[in-house]
Design a binder for this molecule. Sequence first.
Ligand code: SF4
Length: 309
Amino acid sequence: MRCEMNGHLLERIKKLKAERNAVILAHNYQPGEIQDLADFTGDSLGLSIKAAQTDAEVIVFCGVQFMAETAAILSPEKIVLLPDKNAGCPLADMVTAEQLRQLKQKHPDALVVCYVNSSAEVKAESDYCCTSANAVEVVESLPIDKKIIFVPDQHLGQFVIEKTGRNLVLWPGYCASHVVITEEDIKRVKAKYPDAIVMAHPECTEPVKQLSDQILSTGQMLRYVEKSTAKRFIVATETGMIYALKKQNPEAEFIAASDRAICPNMKMISLEKIVWSLEDMQYKVAIADEIRIKAKKALDRMVEVLPAK
Ligand code: SF4
């Protein structure tokens, strides 16, 4: 019955997508059925860049608020829709633009690097944006004598400190869906699968990362597994990632480090909500030019300092 229903919803989405000239993006943490229907899957910045390069007039972002905002920053001429207006990111919400302004006042000589998991207003207050894949490179590119404020994820920040030896001023933000993975989880799963490679996202806690073989962003996990000869992997990130990994590598086995690593916000998106989103053109995410232009500068500066690949 559910299968029949899904078939009907998928048909409806296909029709509406053509009528609206829309592109559908799904983050790697989205439910499998949504990853399957999307035009593009991946991480938030990669998806926003891909959508900007299309001639679609509408972007449906199956993800959370800051991701739709990032798409809107890069595609001001397109309409960006988030199928559930309550799909926020608790990590991004942990620092507001006002809090960041106050921190900047305390460290007036510091440069600010913000993780892409932040609001458009916070990006607008920042000098550089970064992703979990390039945070180390962005910080390394900054003058050695410069103080650096890093917001909002303390665990990604800690990882950057360890890799660069720089002394960052960290904001105490965290992702609840990543810090729920414990050291004990890793030890227990490793004991059961001693041959498996442990891949952890930098948003995990430090003890979890210390027990891991590889510390990788979601995009890096996909690339790493594709090149690896190993057949079994323990995945310490949001469990939706296992669907993306399995789809790309059907022969390999992926084990969640913790079944509790689920982001409830990511799972708010459903096929029904995508239909309603395209029918009613809701919920529009637009960024006022004043904020958008400043936020885009932080994203542009990130791209400028990265080595050409
Ligand atoms: Fe935010 Fe964490 Fe959910 Fe990603 S997994 S959207 S960082 S709360």
